[in-house]
Structures are given as structure tokens and as C-alpha cells.
Write a new protein. Structure first.
Length: 404
């Protein structure tokens, strides 16, 4: 190999001695390719020089990044690559298979062309959950990355990692390997991957089917998902938009539309960074999980507002007593008692019936006049006596007619 070729290759790949040695071996085995490799080395050297000067040749392709809402582009993370997992199924914020890379600066997902589709920095991560995927024939887990409130422009990230697959012994595709790599980087920020805990909640529906299940099937409007009752809060996943309600944002929880087999869960919470309170309702939860959810709420000191005055059913003017007056909103006030005091709207049907019976007896006592009952009895006796005299007179007249 000529000294010129050695010098060109050593200069172009100075940071990769393994490439320098490999290329020199190629030239020694195939001298006719030497000129082509020398041109390639010179081209790489020119690219490095231009990159150092801050200019980019027009012939060099630029790395594409997935655009977010509007004209904002996804921020890329820097640093050297620490670990790589290929063919990872992402579901949020994009639904496709990407190559997951962990760098010094954060995580990113690249497509087959090397374009950045997903990106999040380590310092902008608030929570990382590893949750078993419900209703799957083959055991698998979803990693859920939630950004901090200080990074509203960062999307949550969800991807699936299978359990150990005997047909694929590659450890880089297992959930344990990925969790270990994430913990190595999160430890710099005092965080770690969180798992669901049986002490917090485990689904009774899954136990009846013979498997351990931590998610509860629920609907938020028309969107179906799963509720996870975790140690730092309640998560609704795995479809967009994800919703995480930490304990410090939850003001109260109540049960509504309780039926024989299902019930609804309403959560009142403050919006992040504000004092504005919103109410979020999750519907069609299985009654089998009511006991576990209720124990979770009490264990973490969350306020049960199921019996709050604002949730009492209104009484409308249907089959109302005649003396009840309808209000402006269509509701009726309870009938007044003898002393004019209104009854409590929260009385039961039995109490209401007893009160109405007592009111009827009170009205009968008010209508009673002393001496009137005796006069009515005397008048009825006189009428009976007079009718008896008339019958005797008729019989005497008939007897006289027979004698004649």
C-alpha cells in the first residue's frame, strides 16, 4: 500500500483505528481498489473540515426530524450512543417500529432512514413506568415516559418491550435489559423505573381469569383504555392522549352511575400549574374491581365526595303534592309541615310517607268540632225511628184491608 493511501485513510478515520486497520487490509488484498478508497478518505476528511468550520456542503443530506404541531420541530438529543434496541414498537407519539437509542443527553427513536421520530432529554423526564399490557396472549410490557410539567412541549412516549423470547436470545430486546439501561441514566437525576405494586392495587377481573392484571378497563368519553392505580398517582393509558393525575393534583374522587355490573369514577383535579379545577369521568368500570379501588382511595387519603351535596339528585315537579311549589329551575320544594318548616330534601321514601301520614292525621284533628259527633249520632237514630213508624203504619193499613 502506498504511503499516500496510508496517510489519507489515517487522516479520515483518525477517531476509528479499527476502520483504519480494516481499510488498509482491504487495499493490501485488492490493490486495484486503492484509488477508490483514497478518494473516499479524502471526501470524509473534507466533510470533517467543513463541519468544524460550521458550513455544510449542499450535497450532504440533512437529518430529518418529525414536525410537531405548528412549525415547531422536535429537539434532538446529543452525546454518544450508550445502548441500542432495534425494531421496537412505539405507540405514542407515533405508531411504528423504530430503533431506540439511549444517548448521554436522552432517548430517541430513529426510523429506517435515520430520521428522528421520537426524542426526549433525561432532565425533562418526570416518571418512567413499566406496566404489563393487559389482555395480551404473550406477556409484554409497555414503557411509559411522562415529561415534567416544566416541559409542556415534550410528548409522552410509549413503546412495548416483550418478555424473554426463547426464539430470540438477544438480551437487548427484553424488558429487563431496557429497564436496567434506563435506570443507569435516570440515577443521575435521582429517579428510576417504577412498577405497579400489588400492595396498591391488583385487578380482581384478571385474577378470575388466572393471571395477574394491574389495569382496569375504562372509557374516557368514547376512548377506551386502562386505569392504573400506581404509587405516585392514577394513569390512564395506553392511547393518546395519555392522562396522569398525581396525588397532589387530585382534590376528590366520587362514584357515580353505580349499576349491578359497572360503575363510573369521577376525579376532580387541578390543572397543572393552576388553581383551576376540572372533573374527569371514567365510565364502565367493572364492579369486581370496586373493592380494590375503594381501598386504594382510602389508603392514600383521597377525598371520597360521593355523598357531597352537589351530587344529590334534584326533585322535579313530577307527581308532586298539590301544596308543593315549583322553583325557577323546575325543582319542587318539599311541602311545609304544620309549623311551616320545610322538610329536608335528603329524607328517604319511608320517612316521607310517615310524614305525609302524620300531616293527614293532623288535618283530621283540626277539622274535629266537639259535640258535632253526638248530634250526628242522634240525628241518625231519629231517622231510623221515623222510618220504623212509617213501616208500622203501612202494616196496619194492609191488615185492615184484609179484614174487609
Amino acid at each position: 500500500m502506498s504511503p499516500k493511501a496510508k496517510q489519507a485513510i489515517a487522516k479520515a478515520f483518525a477517531d476509528r483505528p479499527d476502520l483504519v486497520q480494516g481499510l488498509q487490509g482491504v487495499i493490501d488484498r485488492s490493490p486495484f481498489d486503492g484509488e477508490t478508497l483514497i478518494k473516499l478518505a479524502d471526501y470524509v476528511s473534507s466533510l470533517k473540515t467543513q463541519s468544524t468550520n460550521g458550513s455544510t456542503p449542499s450535497s450532504q443530506p440533512t437529518t430529518k426530524k418529525r414536525k410537531l404541531d405548528g412549525d415547531q420541530e422536535m429537539a434532538d438529543v446529543g452525546g454518544s450512543v450508550l445502548f441500542t434496541c432495534s425494531d421496537i414498537s412505539f405507540s405514542v407519539p407515533v405508531r411504528k417500529k423504530l430503533r431506540l437509542e439511549g444517548l448521554n443527553g436522552g432517548l430517541r427513536g430513529l426510523d429506517a432512514a435515520g430520521n428522528t421520530e421520537v426524542s426526549v432529554s433525561w432532565d425533562k423526564i418526570e416518571h418512567v413506568f413499566c406496566l404489563p399490557v393487559p389482555d395480551r396472549a404473550k406477556p409484554s410490557n409497555n414503557f411509559v415516559i411522562l415529561p415534567s410539567q416544566e416541559a409542556p412541549d415534550v410528548d409522552p412516549v410509549v413503546w412495548t418491550a416483550p418478555e424473554q423470547n426463547p426464539k430470540n436470545p438477544d438480551p437487548t430486546h427484553t424488558v429487563d435489559y431496557v429497564a436496567q439501561q434506563l435506570n443507569n441514566q435516570l440515577a443521575r437525576f435521582g429517579k428510576q423505573v417504577l412498577y405497579p405494586d400489588e400492595a396498591d392495587f391488583v385487578s380482581e377481573v384478571g385474577a378470575k381469569m388466572g393471571r395477574k392484571q394491574f389495569g382496569v378497563r375504562a372509557h374516557r368519553g368514547s376512548k377506551e383504555g386502562h386505569l392504573f392505580f400506581l404509587s405516585p398517582g392514577i394513569l390512564f393509558a395506553f392511547k393518546k392522549p395519555l392522562l396522569f393525575l398525581p396525588f397532589h393534583n387530585i382534590t376528590s374522587i366520587s362514584y357515580t352511575s353505580v349499576l349491578q355490573r359497572t360503575f363510573n369514577l369521577s376525579i376532580a383535579a387541578r390543572e397543572p400549574g393552576t388553581d383551576t379545577e376540572i372533573e374527569i369521568e371514567f365510565s364502565m368500570l367493572d364492579q369486581e374491581d370496586y373493592g380494590g379501588i375503594d381501598a386504594y382511595i382510602k389508603r392514600h387519603g383521597l377525598n371520597d365526595a360521593s355523598l357531597a351535596a352537589t351530587r344529590r339528585a334534584k326533585v322535579y315537579n313530577v307527581n308532586a303534592p298539590k301544596n308543593a311549589k315549583a322553583g325557577a329551575d323546575g325543582s319542587t320544594a318539599a311541602p311545609a309541615t304544620q309549623n311551616g318548616a320545610a322538610q329536608d330534601d335528603g329524607e328517604s321514601e319511608i320517612q316521607k310517607a310517615e310524614r305525609m301520614l302524620q300531616d293527614a292525621e293532623d288535618e283530621d284533628e283540626e277539622d274535629y268540632v266537639e259535640g258535632q259527633e253526638d248530634e250526628e249520632e242522634y240525628s241518625s237514630e231519629d231517622e231510623d225511628y221515623a222510618s220504623g213508624d212509617e213501616e208500622d203504619a203501612e202494616e196496619e193499613e194492609e191488615d185492615a184491608a184484609d179484614e174487609e
